[in-house]
Write a protein that binds this ligand. Structure first.
Ligand SMILES: Cc1cc2nc3c(=O)[nH]c(=O)nc-3n(C[C@H](O)[C@H](O)[C@H](O)COP(=O)(O)OP(=O)(O)OC[C@H]3O[C@@H](n4cnc5c(N)ncnc54)[C@H](O)[C@@H]3O)c2cc1C
Length: 444
């Protein structure tokens, strides 16, 4: 064995949030491990940056303060750095029939909402109290249509899914995207019971004073000795234990936690599975697509907008309203420290499964679309004073129908109990869900 070779309990491939949180729990379990990260920085898609006085996020803008997040934040000594969203961020809007409407989130608001006619309200009541759950796999569209009818599904479910998955509700699997929710509904045999339990545990929304990067930096500091950057894994072999090859080093370990994008899996695992099985692995991995998502940060002078319109988290747009942007969040309303001099900062999302062509547009074309649509929706009277674009060609993995079956087939093909998947293309993309998944990786 040459000098650079090391024998470890665990190798974590990928130093994004999935890899870092896996490392956090590996350290707690007292394991000898390494996180191997291809690039020269840790965090993957997560990065906060202050540019010209504006605090921007390259991907996740907010997180839910769920119990497992809270515990990790506390253990990392980050409690003092947490900032919760402003109270007004509880208001959510939806763009429908050329108007912004407040999303009715309480029974009282539902009763008086102009978005819902009496027939929709009656359908809601029927769905909540009388409809039984469906055991077989459903698309998100089928799930919500089953309970509340097509109008609800195409208005509220569609808009909500654009905001979370940038996806298509007629393709996404309810069972894969919201596995806990579907399971609980089946257990309770009642959607009402699941929703009311969910309501009791409603976690607040938060970030950190200097953005989500503070979380990444604390996780990095927590296992600094175990992180190797500029170590792109190029091959994995498996005999008695795993041998992981990067351009510079060879590592050996008993266990692998795979936390990199799915496109990396087939080539890295080609030596671990029989040659005749490899094409099937390629095909399975290719059938898990990623939706593109571009973020445009736009600042306006406070005089350019009726500020009352910005008293909320933001707005979402259902597909049937035929807009090209998916929606926007009012960053400077959610957290006060996002823009200087009382300026207004809005983050607009464009792309998703319905608008893949966004990847072919120039930055100027994207700005033109965003500016025109924001002007029309928010009745903005002046030009932006600052703008910044972040484009993710492959942003969010899409859990289409059959996703759980595909993951099972991938695991069966690899056929090794010590090779574990913990990437965001499997069992949850949101940061709290990633923490929850990572927390059980090393439990006996
Ligand atoms: C635009 C956008 C907005 C989002 N908004 C939110 C939000 O508001 N709230 C929320 O909770 N979640 C949000 N998410 C989801 C969340 O941010 C991601 O799911 C999560 O950060 C993904 O982390 P990851 O570690 O799984 O993947 P990544 O961040 O992609 O990390 C993978 C890492 O693996 C490394 N790697 C790749 N190949 C190799 C190799 N061969 N060897 C070694 N390393 C390798 C990469 O360099 C990278 O660092 C958002 C995501 C996006 C894209």
């Amino acid at each position: 064995m040459d000098k650079k070779e090391t024998i470890l309990d665990v190798i974590i491939i990928g130093g994004g949030f999935s890899g870092l949180t896996a490392g956090y729990y590996a350290k707690q379990a007292g394991l000898n491990f390494k996180i191997l990260e291809a690039s020269d920085r840790i965090g993957g898609v997560l990065e906060s940056e202050k540019i010209d006085g504006y605090l921007i996020e390259k991907s996740a803008n907010t997180l839910l303060y769920s119990p497992s997040v809270q515990k990790m934040v506390k253990e990392l000594g980050l409690e003092e750095r947490v900032i919760f969203s402003e109270k007004i961020a509880k208001n959510r809007f939806i763009w429908k029939d050329d108007k912004l409407h407040s999303v009715p989130l309480t029974p009282q608001k539902i009763l008086f909402s102009p978005l819902l006619g009496w027939q929709h309200k009656a359908r809601l009541l029927y769905g909540l109290f009388c409809q039984s759950p469906v055991r077989s796999e459903q698309t998100i569209e089928q799930f919500f249509t089953h309970y509340f009818g097509q109008y609800f599904s195409q208005t509220f479910a569609d808009a909500m899914i654009s905001g979370i998955w940038a996806g298509d509700i007629s393709k996404l699997s309810m069972d894969a995207c919201f596995s806990d929710f579907k399971q609980k509904t089946l257990q309770h045999k009642s959607l009402f019971k699941t929703l009311s339990n969910q309501g009791k545990n409603n976690a607040p929304i938060f970030s950190f004073v200097n953005g989500v990067s503070e979380f990444v930096q604390a996780l990095e500091k927590n296992c600094l000795q175990n992180i190797e950057t500029k170590q792109k894994v190029i091959e994995i072999t498996h005999q008695k234990y795993f041998t992981v090859q990067t351009q510079e080093c060879t590592y050996h370990s008993q266990k692998i936690i795979f936390c990199a994008p799915i496109e990396q899996l087939p080539s890295l695992m080609s030596s671990c599975i029989a040659a005749e099985k490899h094409p099937k692995l390629v095909q399975l991995c290719e059938s898990i697509p990623y939706a593109p998502l571009h973020l445009v940060y736009t600042a306006f002078s406070p005089e350019a907008i009726d500020l009352k319109k910005l008293e909320g988290f933001g707005f979402l747009i259902p597909q049937n309203q035929h807009r090209r942007i998916l929606g926007a969040i009012f960053s400077s309303s959610i957290f006060q420290n996002r823009a200087p001099n009382n300026e207004v900062l809005i983050t607009t999302f464009i792309g998703g499964e319905h608008f893949r062509e966004v990847n072919k547009l120039s930055k100027t074309q994207i700005y033109d679309i965003v500016n025109q649509e924001l002007r029309e929706i928010l009745k903005i009277t002046q030009e932006p004073i600052w703008q910044h674009h972040i484009g993710w060609q492959k942003a969010v993995p899409q859990y289409h129908m059959g996703h759980q079956q595909r993951i099972k087939q991938i695991i069966d093909l690899i056929d090794c109990p010590n090779f574990l998947l913990n990437a965001n293309w499997h069992d949850g993309t949101a940061l709290p869900k990633i923490i929850k998944k990572s927390s059980v990786l090393f439990s006996k």
